[in-house]
Write a protein that binds this ligand. Sequence first.
Ligand SMILES: [Zn+2]
Length: 306
Amino acid sequence: MFLSAELLVVAADSSTFDERMALYQKTEALTQVPWYYLAAIDQYERNTSEKSEERITSITFPDSLWFGLENIDHITDSRIIGLFQGIGQDGTGNNQADPMNDEDALYTLAMYIRQYGITEPDIKIALWEYYQRSLTVKTIVQTAKVYRTFNTTELTEHEFPVPLNYNYSYKNTWGDARGFGGRRIHEGTDIFAGYGTPVRATSYGVVEIKGWNRYGGWRIGIRDINNTYHYYAHLHGFSDDLSVGDVVQPGDIIGSVGSSGYGPPGTSGKFPPHLHYGMYKDNGTNEWAHDPYPSLRAWEKESRNR
Ligand SMILES: [Zn+2]
């Protein structure tokens, strides 16, 4: 639980992204379900489930759903699966619906969605029926928006949240006690910098929350395409043109460093100006805070080498 979940994501090289995209687009051509929804569901599954070495996508279905409840021998003949009312479909044209075959799995997913329709509201209903979890539906729809915006899934860069040419300092304070609001531990990293220092998006994602919070002051929450929610608190203000639902990329300026918070809206100056940076990982069942410090160090290095 306390491992940095970011570090567990296996790095994929460019050819993997290309191969996946070819599969998504082929499936879209067959089913009219937009590729970026298929890609976003695949990404969500990759972030929340066990991975298979032999496959390049992570779409899986429970056996009883794929084969049909009473197809206990797991016969892959697509006509037999149909007789048993399994949802497994043959996407390759060999009359076999193999749940370990990427094309069959993607085609089955797309055909499942298609029953509901291919507009965003239709797809949201299909996702709700399948996952029964609103955060999952929201995450997938937001990831699809990011993929659609950049027309690729190969979005692996990050930026440090403060431009490196400003004065700033931070250290690892994970779990330190803090003074306000009772016995809470410190779930984040404080980056100390002067008032007005620009604050940047670190990752590709969508703005999920923007406004006042009693502890965090003026704060922004961005959910990225890896199921991680990034929390930026104590801001002095927000970028004028930033709204909830906006897609951001690493380096986009979202606000500036301040000392807001620890009281009713507008409270400021109760502590030195700093950016409180928090990261919360969703594993498909629970969301929990993990230490952002190792990621911040890595992004700082990445920004420096750019
Ligand atoms: Zn803090």
